[in-house]
Design a binder for this molecule. Sequence first.
Ligand SMILES: *[C@@H]1O[C@H](CO)[C@@H](O)[C@H](O)[C@H]1NC(C)=O
Ligand SMILES: *[C@@H]1O[C@H](CO)[C@@H](O)[C@H](O)[C@H]1NC(C)=O
Ligand SMILES: *[C@@H]1O[C@H](CO)[C@@H](O)[C@H](O)[C@H]1NC(C)=O
Length: 411
Amino acid sequence: MKLLCLILCIGFTAAYRDHTQNKALNTLYRWKQIDFAYPSEQDKQQAIANGRFNQTNVIPLGIERWRNRIFISTPAWKKGVPVTLSTLPTSAGEASPPLTPYPSWEWHNAGNCTGFTSVFRMSVDHCGVMWVLDSGQVEAFETPRQLCPPTLYAIDLDTDTVIGKYPIPQKFVLQNSLITNLVVDSRDAQCRDLHVYIADAWRFGLIVFRNSDAAFWRFSHYTFYPEPLLSNYTLHGLNYQWSDGLFGMSLGKVHLGDRPLYYHAMSSSLEFVVSTSVLRDPSRVDNAVDEFKLLGDSRGPGGQVSAAAIDRNGVMFFNLISQDSIGCWNTYTAFESRNWDIVATNFDTLVFPNDLRIDHEVPQFAWIISNRLPMYQFNLIDPNEYNYRVIYFDPVEAVENTVCQPQLYSF
Ligand SMILES: *[C@@H]1O[C@H](CO)[C@@H](O)[C@H](O)[C@H]1NC(C)=O
Ligand SMILES: *[C@@H]1O[C@H](CO)[C@@H](O)[C@H](O)[C@H]1NC(C)=O
Ligand SMILES: *[C@@H]1O[C@H](CO)[C@@H](O)[C@H](O)[C@H]1NC(C)=O
């Protein structure tokens, strides 16, 4: 019996490898180290000389796409990050281009709360506004300093102008909060109903922003907490402990006027769900404990997930950060292991797939940044290797011949 399994399992693994040989993945850009498009070489040398720019400390984190551009955040986690939000074209002219500060250099004056401080992630709505989450904190991996309140910005991507600035009220930012991820939810053609859901990974909260009157409120729930054993990570021989709570959030299909928000703590193997009709109702803040539900099976050891997103067909893609892999699940099926699959694994290019977004184009594309974050944290980045990648794939093609393929389940 054991021998049979051994033979079958090896056979299965090999076949599985074949169809997940990353045929679905494309690399748009890759960098050994990140550089910025300074107005002149002299400006750049000056920034290096005065410590404003230390290339070793720049890491790309968040990604978004709108039409012919992508946007990349570079949080100010260590000293020497001169720019925290940038753009690049979707048509790559070179493999490792310098990032262009966005919307302009003027927005990147550290220590000046009239500009950006440290952008973590972005979420673009279908009306062409990019919602930008700025933590307001610098040097989180050294000696953290909160220079400005965590702030949500709205940028009109047609005019490249900042059209809204919403500092998160102090009462919703707890001591040592790490406001780290966001997802926009709008179903109205003009985005008049827009809400933003914001995750606090270190103080385990979900902050809701309502655009119509710029109101904020905050939910707490025990499902936002990490699992103890899942907080112990081993990646490529590096052992580290992260106790990150609520992190990944993805929006399901609208059904009967409501829409599920799937969510998970980063240091966890479990996925949960809550109705956005609950989140959108501030009167439910202290009165919704039973609305936050366990979705199904545990992903098991090594089942930690950073970001997740759902495409138009209702397929969720998620970054398996301890497996150098991208997973999938068709949200029309039960959340059980037999309904999950791996669309890509790569022990070189997918080391710590961090952000994952799906754009608004037809056809849609999924966008990933892989960034070796634990190696960055412990100063183990090798500047002679390619460490940072912008990867994209066609979500329909990616699930072909996997259990996530939608038509197999449409009845
Ligand atoms: C740049 O940062 C690295 C890593 O934090 C540090 O070892 C190095 O001394 C810094 N370089 C300069 C010029 O400050
Ligand atoms: C902050 O930035 C604004 C706009 O770039 C500028 O007008 C102002 O002088 C700056 N303030 C400080 C204290 O640097
Ligand atoms: C954490 O992981 C390391 C490496 O696998 C292991 O040696 C250690 O026992 C783990 N700790 C706990 C509490 O499970």
